[in-house]
Design a protein around this ligand. Structure first.
Ligand code: COA
Ligand code: AMP
Length: 642
C-alpha cells in the first residue's frame, strides 16, 4: 500500500480478526505505507525487548516520511501546516517545500550544536510552527525529542530535564494564554538551575509578546542561528535510524510524583499512524486535519504532528482555546475556514462550547460542509455532549480511547472501514492488534457487561511503548506485572456482548482534569511539603466542565495556630508553583482527621463518593466512622455536595 492507496478492504470484524490471527502479516502489509531505507523485513521479534519489538531489522527516517518524500512526490506547493493563532491575531501557511527548508536548516543548527542520533532534545514551547520544526529537525538527525507541556512549572520541567539529560533545549520566550502571557524563559532558567544535568545550549525563540533575557554562553537566538545557517547554505539530510530507535520520549503522570518517560519507537509508530489515518479517521492524503489539542500531549504528537504529515495531509496548528478566543464558535470557525475534513478535540472542550452556546447559533454561522467527522478523546465522552454534537454537526461523532503509552487509539469506531453502530458512552471496538480483555482481580476474564480492569494481551501492537526511558524494570513493574502476559491499562471498564468497550475510570491514583492526566500522589507530595501540614489526601471530584477537579484535604500539625484559610491559599499557590497551572488545583480543605482503615489506609474512594454525592457504604474496616461525616460537612461548607 502506498500513501495514496485506498483504505484496506474488508469489514472491521475481518480486519480485527486478521490482525490478531497473524499480526506479523497484518502489520507487514500495513508497513507498505512507509518509505524504508532498509526492510521492513520481519515485522516482529518476540524475543527482543521487554515484550518483543516491531520491525527489528528495518531502517528508516521519520522526517523523510513526513516531509521530504512528499516534496519529492510533488506536494511541495501544498500547505503542510496552517498556524491559526487567535492568541497573536496571526495566520500563517507553510508549504511542504517551505517545511523541508525550515527543518533541514534547523537540523543543521542542531547538528552544529553537537546533536546527533540518540541525543535528547527537550522542547518547552507553545503552539507555534517552530515547535514542529524542532520536533522534525530532531527526527531528521535521529535525535530523540521530548516535548514538555507549557502549563507545567519549572519543577516539573526540571524533573524531565534530569531524566532525559538533553544536549540542547528548544524553548520559546513565552506562551500566550487568554488571561496572561506566560514567560517560559524564567521557568526554563529555574528548571536548569535546579537540575544536576545542564544542557550544552538553549535555542530561544524570541516572541515579541515577552522577549527573554539571554544567558551568556548558553542561550542562542533561534531566528539568528537559523538565518546564519541559511545564509551559509547549511542543511542537514535525513539520518537513517533503526525502526526500534526512539523517536521521542513523552513524560506522563504515574502514581508517584516521578513522571514516566514513555518511549515511542520510530518504525512501528509510523506504521500504526498511517493505518489509523485512513482506516480509523477516514482521512486521505491532501485533506486538512484539525486536531485541537496541544503538542505537549500525546494526542498532539500523534495527530497534530506525525500522522497528518505522514500521509501528506495539511495539519492545522491552533494557538487558541475552544471558548474565549474570541467565542465558543472558534473551533467551528477554524474547521470551516481551513476546510478540515476531520476535527479532533477533547470532550471538555465540547462541554465548554455547549455551555456558552447551547443552541449552537455560532456553529450555524460557518460552512462546515467539508467536515466529515468529529473525534473525541482524552477522557470519557459523556453521552449528553456526544448527542449535542451529533445534533449540531449532523455527522459522526466518535469517542475513542487511548493513552500516552499506546500512542494511538486502543478502541474507536473505524470510520474508514465503515462506521459501526454508535453506542453513546462507549469508546466502541478494539483497533487492530489490540486484544482487549476485562479481567477480575485474579486476572481471570469476566463475562460480558461485567466491570473489571481492562488489559491488553501481549504483544501490544506497533506504536505502543516498547519501554520506559532508562527503565525496562519500571516498565515491567508498572504495566506487565499485575496480569502476566498482559499490559495493564489501569483503566476500569466493561466489554459488552457486541465487543464494545466502555471505559469507566482509572484503577490508580491518576485523575483526569480537562483531558489532562494528573497524579494525585504528585499533588500530595507538594501539600505534604508545607511546614504546617501533618498529612493529606488529594482526590478528583466531579466537575461539570473539566470532568474532574482536584481537591486536597489537609490535617494541620498540632500547635499550628495560623488561620486555616491562609494556609489553604498557600497550598493552592504551592501546587501551582511546583506542578503548574495545568493542575488546576483550587480547592484545599482543612479537616481535623482523615478517614482511614484500621491498617492506616486513607479511604480516598469513599471520600470521592461522598464529594460526588454518590451512594456509599460505611467500610467495615474503618477506624472511626465519624470522620466520614466530618468530611461530608466540610465539603458542604464549601458548597460541594457532600
Ligand atoms: N501554558 C501555560 N499555561 C497553560 C497552558 C499552556 N500551554 N495551557 C493551560 N494553561 C493554564 C491555563 O491558563 C489555566 O490557568 P489559570 O488557572 O490561570 O486559569 C490552567 O492552565 C488550567 O488550564 P485548563 O485546564 O486548560 O483550563 P482553562 O480554564 O484554560 O480552559 C477549557 C478550559 C475546557 C476550555 C480547556 O481546558 C480546554 O479546552 N481543554 C482542552 C483539553 C485538551 O485539549 N486536552 C488534550 C487531551 S486530547
Ligand atoms: P493520557 O495518557 O493523558 O492520554 O490519558 C489517558 C487516560 O485518559 C486513559 O487511561 C483514560 O483514563 C482516559 N481516557 C482517554 N481517552 C478516553 C476515552 N475515550 N474514554 C474514557 N477515558 C479516556
Amino acid at each position: 500500500m502506498t500513501a495514496d492507496a485506498p483504505a484496506l478492504p474488508g469489514s472491521y470484524a475481518a480486519v480485527h480478526a486478521a490482525s490478531l490471527a497473524d499480526p506479523e502479516r497484518f502489520w507487514g502489509e500495513a508497513a507498505g505505507a512507509i518509505d524504508w531505507v532498509e526492510g521492513p523485513g520481519r515485522a516482529f521479534d518476540a524475543e527482543a525487548g521487554v515484550y518483543g519489538r516491531w520491525f527489528p531489522e528495518a531502517r528508516l527516517n521519520a522526517c523523510h516520511n513526513l516531509v521530504d518524500r512528499h516534496v519529492a512526490a510533488g506536494r511541495g506547493g501544498q500547505a503542510a501546516i496552517i498556524h491559526d493563532s487567535p492568541a497573536t491575531g496571526t495566520k500563517r501557511q507553510i508549504t511542504y517545500a517551505a517545511l523541508q527548508d525550515e527543518v533541514a536548516t534547523l537540523a543543521a543548527v542542531l547538528a552544529g550544536l553537537g546533536v546527533a542520533r540518540g541525543d535528547r532534545v527537550i522542547l518547552y514551547m507553545p503552539m507555534v510552527p517552530e515547535a514542529l520544526f524542532g520536533m522534525l529537525a530532531c527526527a531528521r538527525l535521529g535525535a530523540i525529542h521530548s516535548v514538555v507541556f507549557g502549563g507545567f512549572a519549572a519543577n516539573e520541567l526540571a524533573t524531565r530535564i534530569a531524566d532525559a539529560a538533553p544536549k540542547v533545549v528548544l524553548a520559546a520566550s513565552c506562551g500566550i494564554e487568554p488571561s496572561r502571557t506566560v514567560a517560559y524563559k524564567p521557568l526554563l532558567d529555574a528548571a536548569i538551575a535546579a537540575c544536576p544535568h545542564k544542557p550544552d545550549a538553549c535555542l530561544i525563540l524570541q516572541r515579541p509578546q515577552a522577549p527573554a533575557e539571554m544567558v551568556e554562553g548558553r542561550d542562542i537566538d533561534w531566528s539568528a542561528a537559523v538565518a546564519r545557517a541559511r545564509e551559509a547554505g547549511r542543511r542537514a539530510g535525513c539520518v537513517p535510524v533503526a525502526a526500534t530507535d526512539p523517536l521521542y520520549i513523552l513524560y506522563t503522570s504515574g502514581t508517584t510524583g516521578k513522571p514516566k518517560g514513555v518511549v515511542r519507537d520510530t518504525g512501528g509508530y509510523l506504521v500504526a499512524l498511517a493505518w489509523s489515518m485512513e482506516n480509523l479517521y477516514g482521512v486521505r492524503p491532501g485533506e486538512v486535519y484539525f486536531c485541537a489539542s496541544d503538542i505537549g500531549w500525546v494526542v498532539g504528537h500523534s495527530y497534530i504532528v506525525y500522522a497528518p504529515l505522514l500521509i501528506g495531509c495539511t495539519t492545522v496548528l491552533y494557538e487558541g482555546k475552544p471558548v474565549g478566543t474570541p467565542d465558543a464558535g472558534a473551533l467551528w470557525r477554524v474547521a470551516a475556514e481551513h476546510g478540515a475534513a476531520c476535527l479532533f478535540t477533547a470532550p471538555t472542550a465540547l462541554r465548554a462550547i455547549k455551555k456558552e452556546d447551547p443552541s449552537s447559533a455560532l456553529a450555524r454561522g460557518y460552512d462546515l460542509s467539508g467536515l466529515r467527522s468529529l473525534f473525541l478523546a482524552g477522557e470519557r465522552a459523556d453521552p449528553d455532549s456526544v448527542a449535542w454534537a451529533e445534533r449540531v454537526l449532523e455527522r459522526p461523532v466518535v469517542d475513542h480511547w487511548w493513552q500516552t503509552e499506546t500512542g494511538w487509539a486502543i478502541a474507536g469506531n473505524p470510520l474508514g472501514l465503515g462506521l459501526l453502530p454508535v453506542k453513546h458512552g462507549s469508546a466502541c471496538v478494539p483497533m487492530p492488534g489490540y486484544d482487549v480483555r476485562v479481567l477480575d482481580e485474579g486476572g481471570r476474564p469476566v463475562p460480558p457487561d461485567t466491570m473489571g480492569t481492562i488489559a491488553i494481551r501481549l504483544p501490544l501492537p506497533p506504536g505502543c511503548l516498547p519501554t520506559l526511558w532508562g527503565s525496562d524494570e519500571r516498565m515491567r513493574a508498572s504495566y506487565l506485572a499485575t496480569f502476566p502476559g498482559h499490559y495493564d491499562t489501569s483503566d476500569a471498564g466493561v466489554i459488552d456482548a457486541d465487543g464494545y468497550v466502555t471505559v469507566l475510570g482509572r484503577t490508580d491514583d491518576i485523575i483526569n482534569v480537562a483531558g489532562h492526566r494528573l497524579s494525585t500522589g504528585g499533588m500530595e507530595a507538594v501539600l505534604a511539603a508545607h511546614p504546617d501540614v501533618a498529612e493529606c489526601a488529594v482526590i478528583g471530584i466531579r466537575d461539570a466542565l473539566k470532568g474532574e477537579q482536584p481537591c486536597g484535604f489537609v490535617v494541620l500539625k498540632s500547635g499550628v495556630e495560623r488561620a486555616p484559610d491562609e494556609i489553604e491559599r498557600e497550598l493552592v499557590a504551592l501546587v501551582r508553583e511546583r506542578i503548574g497551572p495545568v493542575a488546576a488545583f483550587k480547592l484545599a480543605l482543612t479537616v481535623k482527621r482523615l478517614p482511614k482503615t484500621r491498617s492506616g489506609k486513607i479511604l480516598r474512594a469513599t471520600m470521592k463518593r461522598i464529594a460526588d454525592a454518590e451512594p456509599w457504604t460505611m467500610p467495615a474496616t474503618i477506624d472511626d466512622a465519624g470522620v466520614l461525616d466530618e468530611i461530608g460537612e466540610s465539603l458542604k461548607e464549601r458548597g460541594i455536595s457532600g
